[in-house]
Design a protein around this ligand. Structure first.
Ligand code: ADP
Ligand code: ZN
Length: 721
């Protein structure tokens, strides 16, 4: 091949043609460095027939490729996945491709890098800036650039610390292989139900064909042990597995269980990795040496050399939906990857999404079930507490009955969990004197008080400010009041009620790394915590045998807003958190505080009749033509200039094509009318399943021109609206 079509890693560019210089051999998938103007950019060689180019350049005018990376080419199945993802989610192919090449340093030939860490020696005369940088670095290790970012200083400050002897260099081998998991290391004896389920999954691995399966089992039924059998089968066959988890906080307990079962840890892939770890993992995955990878949704786009199995754990979780950049749903992309790789895909969940259940009903996915909990554990009993009939005391949030149950657990030395899906102390702060409310300057959102850090924070853009003493409007002192509860406020109430109890607040503010999660698990297992107050971060994955009471502080919270999936999500979340209770020999009990105990979702939770809930919910979706029976796409128009955003949205709306079976609503201000300083308008497209919405939208938007100050993004299958 003397001419190559290259997809450059720049979302604004289409594919470009280059000349392949003498002595360089490329094939589709080869990763190359290509010139563009004065720049040198990374790209991937693509089959011309799959990536048409508008600009056909004559042979004699082609510029030559500059270099080829010494890594295996991206496989055909991954290239097909990039094309599919780009087409389905209406994203630039280069933006999808970038997710596959997420460690560009892995493409360089080096075998080791120098990282730096504290020597423990603090030189006498350090400038305050250096001293502070050293403190922020703590026991972290990394490249100069990484440490500079950690400490929020320039590279020069870090180099100064090296010179002063406070930091030392360490050679890190980035080519060392990962340990090989042993499929027979800690194999458990499976129950009869588990055995049957595992046999089906193992047979799928052996067949090495596309086979999506819903592994549907109540919380504590032992789904992990079951899909571990499939992982063991893949390991025996020398094939790679990727396990996707919805949350980085779940990685740590997973690593531990994996270690117990297979004698070593799998390769972890998440945003917290240092660049050297990223590079080592990427290369081992691309070469096929790394057999099992566990990670967040981004692990789906890695260039596995020989992928034999994909597992999506807690497959119903909404965090699998990526909400910026390429708007993709990792659960759905996982199934497509399995299709292109010809390998089985296991979706494990105790509360499958209605979409997934529908695929089973249509016969597209197989289903294996685990009907009961493993061992002696029984499912917890669940009761609703009517907040209208038996309200908490004034200014409190926990009803008397829940307080009494907490007291009982403390006396019995058992652990309790209070669940409230709201970080911080209070969701809204206002001034009692003038009524001023603290709003984020960049978003249509209230600033949330965080009392532990004495700050007000926006949960959408990250804007923070110190909590003021006086009202910024009327200057009244000590006039600010917190409205409504967050987890920190519940923890305060617990401390007031039970001064002797040991409590822990578990949210993304307190558990932001696998190490922090490990610390929390350790304290729970040691009995060092009596009452956990947590957000959705504690609803899944954890197994604490001595935890026997779960209190849901505000079960109605998720039902606000009238979202299409509100009831389903509430059901899933509360059932998941309920599943943390009574996982050992002691029975579990769950108390759900609600203002509407008669609502269908609350009744279904109390009776445990999941089928009844799903049947009614599915029927309602069918009547409304909502997913999975119809489809939605959101078109979000945004700009820093409100008028520009509005005009562009009107333009898009005016140009909407008339298509039988499709309706376009809006434009209207988006649910977050301002986000990170950008004004947002939304158009909602609702269409019959059979329509090719992507094609329609591509033609529609492709024919329009709008101001450079406006951005138009499409969210296919949007999640929250
Ligand atoms: P799920 O993921 O379905 O909620 P888990 O896989 O976490 O359930 O299993 C619940 C508990 O039961 C875990 O502590 C797990 O180690 C244990 N367990 C499950 N199956 C077995 C087995 N066959 N032998 C021993 N322990 C098991
Ligand atoms: Zn904000």
């Amino acid at each position: 091949m003397s001419r190559a079509r290259v997809l450059i890693l720049n979302a604004a560019l289409g594919p470009l043609d280059y000349r392949v210089p003498h002595g360089m051999a490329v094939e589709p998938g080869s990763i190359v460095v290509a010139p563009l103007g004065p720049r040198q950019l990374l790209g991937v060689v693509w089959e011309p027939e799959f990536m048409p180019s508008d600009a056909e350049v004559g042979d004699n005018r082609l510029r030559p490729l500059l270099a080829k990376a010494e890594v295996p080419p991206l496989g055909a199945s991954l290239r097909r996945l990039v094309e599919w993802t780009a087409a389905y989610y209406l994203a630039p192919p280069a933006a999808v491709l970038r997710m596959c090449l997420s460690s560009t340093s892995a493409l360089e030939g080096a075998r080791s890098v120098t990282e730096y860490r504290a020597t423990g020696e603090v030189p006498d005369r350090l400038t305050p800036q250096r001293a502070q940088a050293l403190e922020r670095i703590g026991d972290r290790q990394g490249l100069i650039r990484e440490l500079a970012t950690t400490a929020d200083v320039s590279d020069a400050v870090i180099r100064g610390l090296v010179k002063a002897g406070a930091l030392e260099g360490v050679e890190v081998d980035i080519d060392s292989p990962f340990p090989l998991p042993d499929p027979d290391h800690g194999a458990p004896t499976l129950s009869t139900d588990q055995r049957a389920a595992a046999d089906t999954l193992v047979a799928d691995v052996a067949a090495r064909a596309f086979a999506p399966t819903l592994l549907d089992g109540v919380t504590g039924s032992g789904k992990t042990e079951v899909y571990f059998e499939a992982v063991a089968a893949a390991i025996r066959a020398g094939q790679q597995t990727v396990v996707l988890l919805p949350e980085i906080a779940l990685t740590e307990p997973f690593l531990k269980r994996f270690h117990d079962r297979f004698g070593c840890e799998p390769v972890a892939w998440h945003s917290g990795l240092r660049s050297s770890q990223r590079r080592r993992a990427w290369r081992a995955i691309a070469s096929g040496q790394a057999l099992v990878t566990v990670g967040a949704r981004s692990a789906l786009f890695l260039p596995y050399h020989n992928l034999g199995l994909i597992v999506v754990d807690e497959a119903h979780e909404t965090s699998f939906k990526q909400e910026d950049g390429v708007h993709y749903h990792a659960r759905d992309v996982a199934v497509m990857r399995g299709k292109f790789e010809s390998c089985p895909v296991i979706l494990a969940s105790a509360t499958p999404a209605i979409e997934t259940r529908q695929q089973v009903a249509l016969g597209r996915y197989a289903e294996v079930q685990l009907p009961g909990r493993y061992g002696p554990a029984e499912l917890p009993t669940i009761e609703a507490i009517d907040l209208i009939a038996t309200p908490p005391e004034r200014g409190r949030w926990l009803a008397p009955k829940l307080v009494a149950s907490l007291r009982e657990r403390l006396e019995r030395r058992e652990q309790s969990l209070l669940f409230l899906n709201r970080r911080g102390y209070a969701p809204l702060t206002l001034c009692r004197t003038c009524g001023h409310r603290f709003q984020c300057p960049n978003c249509t959102a209230w600033m949330v008080e965080h009392r532990l850090t004495r700050r007000l924070a926006c949960h959408h853009c990250g804007h923070v400010m110190p909590t003021p003493r006086a009202c910024p409007e009327c200057k009244a002192e000590d006039s600010l009041v917190a409205c409504g509860p967050g987890v920190e406020r519940i923890a305060d109430e617990v401390a007031l009620l039970f001064p002797e109890a040991k409590t822990a607040v578990v949210t993304s503010d307190t558990i932001w790394s696998p190490a922090k999660a490990a610390e929390f698990v350790g304290r729970m297992e040691a009995g060092d915590i009596d009452i956990v107050v947590g957000t959705q971060l504690v609803t899944k994955g954890y197994h604490f045998p001595n935890l026997t009471l779960v209190g849901v502080v505000d079960a109605d919270l998720g039902l606000e807003g009238g979202d299409l999936r509100a009831a389903e999500r509430t059901f899933q979340q509360i059932r998941q958190v309920s599943g943390r209770a009574g996982r050992g020999e002691k029975p579990g009990h769950v108390m759900i505080q609600t203002h509407s105990p008669k609502a269908q979702v609350m009744r279904a939770l109390v009776t445990g009749d999941a089928d009844a809930f799903y049947t009614a919910e599915t029927a309602a979706r069918r009547d409304a033509g909502a997913p999975p029976f119809g489809r939605y796409a959101a078109i979000i128009v945004s700009s820093e200039d409100r008028a520009c955003a509005h005009e562009t949205a009107l333009l898009v709306g005016r140009s909407a094509p008339r298509v039988e079976g499709m309706a376009v609503y809006g434009p209207a201000p988006a649910p977050l009318a301002m986000l990170r300083g950008r004004h947002r308008y939304r158009l909602l497209v609702h269409a019959r399943r059979a329509l090719d919405v992507q094609d329609i939208i591509r033609d529609w938007l492709g024919g329009l021109e709008w101001s450079a100050k406006a951005r138009v993004a499409v969210d296919v299958d949007p999640y929250s609206f």
